[in-house]
Design a protein around this ligand. Sequence first.
Ligand code: MTE
Ligand code: MO
Length: 466
Amino acid sequence: MALFIVRHHHEPNRCPATDPYMGATLLNYLSRPNVRKHGVSIQGEAIVRGEHTLYMIVESSDEAHVREFMQPFTMAGSLDVYPAATCASVVASGGCAAAMPGIDAAVPAMDPEEACQQAIDGGLVVHRAHPLNAETSIPALIGSVVMPNPRFYVRNHFQIPRLDQSSWRLKVGGLVERPQSLSLRDLVKIPTQSSFVTLECAGNGRSMLDPRVDGEQWDLGAVSTAEWTGVPLVEVLDRAGVKAGAIEVVFRGADSGKLDANSETIRFERSLSIDDARESEALLAYAMSGEPLPIQHGYPLRLIVPNWYGMASVKWLTEIDVISEPFRGHYQTEAYCFEWQRGGQLVREPVSLQRVRSLITEPEPNTEVEQGELPVRGVAWSGAAPIARVEVSIGGGPWQDAHLISERKRHSWQGWELLARLEQRGSTVISARATDMAGRTQPDLPEWNRLGYGNNAIQKIRVDVR
Ligand SMILES: Nc1nc2c(c(=O)[nH]1)N[C@H]1C(S)=C(S)[C@@H](COP(=O)(O)O)O[C@H]1N2
Ligand SMILES: [Mo]
């Protein structure tokens, strides 16, 4: 279907609505059932008061249908039909005059406009329409453990591949005794496992780094939790039988693209050491919080590596390759590495486990709150160990222990709350700090690094006490 804007203008003395019967005829003509008969659907219509001008946003297969439908209006005045586009489509293609980015015929992709519109309609904050990158808005983190799927943050490097379940296979090869080619049906037959796992993008909070670093300018919402269901990765590795001499397992997604115009096409691929592949409780997930994996989140199958930053959890998984050399892919050795200047030296370290962090979900920053008791709530997580405690400070005062809600979880964030007292009126800062059972806690300021990963500085929000 194509989108059009229709404009009709008539002279004041020819305004059809001045005659009640003509006016009624017009309304009936514009009614949904009648419009449908003409192969058109009206998304909205309005008249500019006093200007005798009608605008409509209509959808139809082609302009001819629109003109045919609008024919009666031409008797009262002029008619213009403009081919149009949604804002999501213009932004995704990079401007009013730009064409939608080409979709590689070999790997059919989701329409970027549709992906973007879905993100907006789901309540996500869009950072980039294409490739789609969108974060959860923090107040949406309130409440249950799981983030509803439409509100789960989306982080993509390339187009979103549209994979066909009937022809899709997971190939397991390389240094294995029995190479596998598994359909979704084969996988569903293996006993399932479900786990609540928090994913956090390594760049979450990057926008707060000073000096600014390149990359998606995430606020604090590139984190969400879902209940993932699928097959333990070890199960599939054991079926294939890992041979002696293997040191790493590479996971390859179906999505691909170029880093810049002159470079070669690369896939999104990441590796884990054999030990991490076996011991991280990684899951090959085909369901997300009770629904089939949504296309944006890796349909039909993705890897979920609990406690690791999100880049390890490869979406649209098509290949598992067992190798005998360290993997050198772009997303392994160039991106997703901390680069620090320490003692005049460049220190590099691969990004792996999520750093301990807490987020305040309530109250909302920069809002007015009443003097007296105020519930402060949030979530906290750490890749290294369960959360030991969360403390809250009001207006730079002493740290007070918050109450941890529900039992300790290994792979998912934990809710916490504190009934705080706000004594003084005026602007106040509330901060929250988590400590995990490995004794790690959050720094006061982010540890700046060239690519802007792992900012787990203590969150501070400002409220106005009335
Ligand atoms: N195939 C593929 N897998 C991927 C990515 C990607 O671009 N392609 N992005 C990774 C990154 S950086 C993150 S943070 C998570 C985000 O998962 P989500 O979009 O389901 O939230 O997916 C990871 N897996
Ligand atoms: Mo990420």
